[in-house]
Write a protein that binds this ligand. Structure first.
Ligand code: PMP
Length: 386
């Protein structure tokens, strides 16, 4: 049975071209980029090359605005805690949306333990941040506001430029977690007005173990990992050259191929949405049009998340029920609750995220599998009621 992998929000397989490019940095005995000898300088050049490629992907004004980290989780922590603690003299308030990833919400909650006040801005039923409530929640004491570019569970793209205007009108910093959006839709930190932006290598076909934080020139943050002073003193620790070089190459490929790739994937996405919504009592989660090109997410009445995933897997199709990071807890997704679903509704969700291995020819098999899965689970659940 041919496997159809539709869980690219959990991880994207490393692109063969990325692997070829970065492999020498794993196997070739490269030096420590902080060493001044020629072997060290070669490693340094690999990192600076990656920095340029990542800066180009998001149209950063200068290469030095890019700091490499171990991944998106670390970049989110560095942005939020680093900005909040560095600017504590201004105040102790932080703001986020209700549908942020846990790697944004948990550092915010950690700050609460240090007497920061956290305001969580609600979203509407399609996942768009309530701009009026956002504006009301901002005060002169707000040190960092974090709103994601697009949501990984429901695919909704936020109106980042409008959000940036609101935040900047009050002279505050905006952090944007672009993990789900980068390499899928164009991001321009200068035109979008972003102060801090998180990127992840393994969400754009790069190796695990690298991420990046864009820090606009003039934005003040402090390190959360003090040490030997790498990455302009803001992220210490010997650099993971293989992962960073791979992330750079992944960013270069994404920048070049994003337009064509997204056009193909969005056609497949729209076909899936059209066909799957024909199943009775099936609803789209997230925004119908303001959504990531590779993202289709649904909710089925009267059935349950875990069994959705298992029955699809048994038919050779890997899907998810929400965020891979919180799939081990049996709690319903905070994102689905935030868009107004009841607990029992939030349990019946299925997220399909498409990637480079998918083709439009796979649509009929996926739709057929979803049909069979829903039919089987609804029969079981009605038997349970009898
Ligand atoms: N933010 C978002 C929106 C995510 O989807 C993820 C997970 N891919 C993360 C942050 C955290 O990424 P990582 O686990 O790679 O650090």
């Amino acid at each position: 049975m041919e496997r159809i992998f539709l869980d690219h929000a959990s991880v994207t397989p490393v692109d063969a071209r990325v692997l070829r490019f970065a492999e020498p940095y794993l196997a070739g005995g490269y030096g420590n980029p902080s060493s001044l000898h020629s072997v060290g300088l070669e490693a340094r050049r690999a990192i600076e090359d990656a920095r340029t490629k990542v800066a180009d992907l998001i149209n950063a004004e200068k290469e030095k605005t890019i700091l490499f980290t171990s991944g998106a989780t670390e970049a989110n922590n560095l942005a939020i805690k680093g900005a909040a603690l560095r600017n504590i003299g201004k105040g102790k308030r932080v703001v986020s949306s209700a549908i942020e990833h846990m790697s944004v919400l948990n550092p915010m909650k950690d700050l609460q333990k240090n007497e920061f006040e956290l305001t969580t801005v609600p979203v509407d039923s399609s996942g768009i941040v309530d701009l009026e409530k956002l504006e009301d929640s901002l005060t002169r004491e707000t040190t960092v506001t974090s709103i994601m570019y697009a949501n990984n569970e429901i695919g909704t793209i936020e109106p980042i430029r409008e959000i940036s205007e609101i935040v900047h009108e009050k002279g505050l910093y905006l952090h944007v977690d672009a993990t789900a959006a980068a390499g899928r839709i164009p991001i321009d930190v200068q035109a979008d007005g972003i102060d801090l932006l998180t990127l992840s290598s393994n969400d754009m076909y790069g190796p695990q173990g690298a991420g990046a934080l864009y820090v606009k020139i003039g934005v003040r943050i402090q390190p959360i990992l003090p040490g030997g002073g790498q990455e302009r003193g803001l992220r210490s620790g010997t650099e993971n050259i293989f992962a960073i070089a791979g992330m750079g190459e992944a960013a270069r490929i994404a920048r070049e191929e994003m337009g064509a790739e997204s056009a193909c994937l969005s056609e497949m996405r729209d076909n899936l949405i059209e066909e799957i919504l024909k199943i009775e009592e099936t609803y789209l989660t997230g925004h119908r049009t303001k959504r990531l090109p590779h993202h289709a997410s649904f909710r089925f009445s009267h059935i349950e998340g875990e069994s959705i995933l298992l029955l699809m897997d048994a038919q050779g199709i890997q899907v998810s029920t929400g965020s891979a990071c919180s799939s081990k807890t049996l709690e319903p997704s905070h994102v689905l609750l935030a868009i107004g679903l009841k607990h029992e509704e939030a349990h019946g969700s299925m997220v399909l995220t498409l990637g480079r291995s998918n083709t439009i020819e796979q649509v009929p098999r996926v739709v057929d599998a979803v049909d069979k899965m829903v039919d089987k689970l609804r029969k079981i659940s009605s038997l349970g009621k009898e």
